[in-house]
Design a protein around this ligand. Structure first.
Ligand SMILES: Nc1ncnc2c1ncn2[C@@H]1O[C@H](COP(=O)(O)OP(=O)(O)OP(=O)(O)O)[C@@H](O)[C@H]1O
Length: 266
């Protein structure tokens, strides 16, 4: 269960950072997302849960711009972004999840963080271009890199190759690379897929801790962890929002219990 302390760690201030208004996404005659409206506060840790096929990944694709909406509006930071391309949304501060590893194994830990910090998010985080960028910001970037290395607790292995890192340190580096791109909102679509229970717990806790100033949207199947760490939870079912609220409200919601949790959470 989420404790007050865990919720208070995050700096939400009641300001809306993301607003979805009447979103619809159809594939042929099938509505994968069917009139979804929701708001997310700046700094919030929001989890999206629901059975397989509920529309969770589709919803993320509409937020990131990977898929065009059939109907409805997406607002970010108070501005409409419904028609913006994915790179334009990255430029606004919507970070991509790291389902596919974002780390270059042959480069050092420091080089990985530095590259991400150097890749101006206004370019849509283009790593290749960032290699060849004019380097007037080097002073800033070096400081920023050091700050992030300390934050993810990898300063002692900064010069080791990413490929040589232990499993947990590799996860830290991946999260550090996300942080280095300075996103405002980060979408994590099952970042722990394929991990053991312990690895899952460590990874989600680390995301929560390192990205404490960011707004997080997480799709995650480990319900206990979701209940423990989220500020709020949105439950999707058949493309619609079935319920939304704090972990306590969601675990106490009878229709969520019936449709999804099925007694998984008391
Ligand atoms: N490109 C597509 N074309 C047709 N149908 C699609 C497409 N993408 C998703 N769907 C359908 O939309 C529904 C929602 O899929 P989505 O992947 O968003 O669900 P999900 O909640 O993320 O599921 P899971 O937990 O299994 O990842 C599913 O029935 C899926 O088959």
């Amino acid at each position: 269960m989420a404790t007050e302390t865990q919720i208070d760690d995050r700096r939400t201030n009641g300001e809306t950072v993301l607003e979805l208004d009447g979103l619809v996404k159809t594939f042929g005659a099938f509505a994968a997302i069917d009139d979804v409206s929701m708001t997310v506060e700046r700094g919030e840790f929001r989890s999206i849960i629901g059975p397989n096929g509920a529309g969770k990944t589709t919803l993320f694709n509409l937020i990131s711009g990977a898929l065009p909406v059939t109907d409805g509006t997406v607002y970010f930071d108070g501005e409409e972004i419904t028609k913006l391309s994915p790179p334009e949304r990255v430029a606004r501060g919507i970070g991509r999840s790291f389902q596919i590893s974002n780390v270059f194994g042959g480069l050092s830990v420091r080089e990985n963080v530095r590259l991400a910090a150097q890749a101006d998010r206004r370019d849509g985080y283009n790593l290749v271009e960032s290699f060849f960028k004019p380097t007037g910001r080097y002073g800033d970037i070096n400081q920023e890199t050091d700050r992030i290395l300390e934050r993810i607790d990898l300063d002692h292995v900064a010069d080791e190759e990413a490929d040589a890192l232990a499993y947990g340190d590799r996860r830290r580096l991946e999260i550090g690379v996300v942080l280095a791109t300075d996103p405002e909102l980060v979408l994590f679509d099952e970042p722990t897929a394929g991990m053991s229970v312990e690895e899952t717990q460590e990874t989600i806790e680390l995301i929560e801790e390192v990205l404490v100033d960011q707004t997080l949207l997480l799709i995650e199947h480990d319900i206990e962890l979701v209940m423990e760490l989220s500020d709020r939870i949105t439950v999707l079912n058949q493309g619609e929002i079935l319920a939304e609220g704090t972990p306590a409200q969601i675990s106490g919601n009878q229709s969520v219990q019936d449709a999804y949790l099925g007694g998984m959470v008391e």
